[in-house]
Design a protein around this ligand. Structure first.
Ligand SMILES: [Zn+2]
Length: 170
C-alpha cells in the first residue's frame, strides 16, 4: 500500500529514495555487496531538483573508480533526477572499518575473508591475521601481495588446502 499515489511525482528528490537507489549499486568488484554496504557513500545532498553524491573510493589502487562514478550517476538519474553531481573525496579516508557488519557476513559467504579491523591504523603494510572463510582456520598463509586486483590478497589455508581471497586492511 503506497500512500499519496494521487500526488504528482515530487519535484524534489527524496534523500531516502536516493540512498535506497544507491544501496542497489553493486560494488564493481564484489557484486554481493553494494557501495552503501561498503561504506563508500559519504553524503547525499538534495538542492532544489539537483542531487549531489559524495563517495570515497575504497582503495586508491582500485581500477573501478570511473565505473562507480557512472553507476552512481545512473542510479540517481533512474529516479528521474536530471541534475546529478558525483564527487569523490579522500578525506576522511575510507577504511575497512566502514564496511557495514551485515556486509561482512555476505563477504564471508561469498568466499572473501572480511578484513580484520584496522584499529585506527590507516595504512598497514603487514598482512593482517585472517581466517579461512571456508573452515575458519587461522592457519593461513598469504601467497601473493596482490590478488586479482590491488584491493585483495591471495591466501591459502593450510587446514583445508583451499586458496581464498582476503581484503587488505587499510
Ligand atoms: Zn580452510
Amino acid at each position: 500500500m503506497v500512500m499519496g499515489q494521487a500526488e504528482p511525482a515530487a519535484a524534489y528528490p527524496d534523500p531516502a529514495a536516493v540512498w535506497a537507489a544507491l544501496s542497489q549499486v553493486p560494488d564493481p568488484e564484489i557484486p554481493v555487496v553494494s557501495i552503501v554496504d561498503m561504506g563508500m557513500v559519504r553524503e547525499v545532498k538534495v538542492d532544489g531538483e539537483g542531487v549531489s553524491v559524495t563517495f570515497t573510493p575504497t582503495f586508491s589502487g582500485c581500477p573501478a573508480l570511473h565505473v562507480i562514478r557512472q553507476s552512481i550517476e545512473d542510479a540517481v538519474r533512474g529516479l528521474g533526477v536530471n541534475d546529478v553531481e558525483v564527487k569523490s573525496t579522500l578525506t576522511p579516508p575510507w577504511t575497512t572499518d566502514s564496511i557495514l557488519p551485515d556486509a561482512r557476513e555476505r563477504l564471508r559467504e561469498y568466499g572473501i575473508a572480511p578484513p580484520a579491523p584496522a584499529e585506527g591504523s590507516l595504512i598497514s603494510l603487514e598482512p593482517e591475521p585472517t581466517s579461512c572463510p571456508r573452515c575458519g582456520s587461522f592457519n593461513v598463509r598469504m601467497t601473493a601481495s596482490f590478488g586479482p586486483t590491488l584491493c585483495k590478497r591471495l591466501y591459502v589455508c593450510d587446514a583445508c588446502k583451499e586458496p581464498f581471497e582476503g581484503f587488505k586492511s587499510v
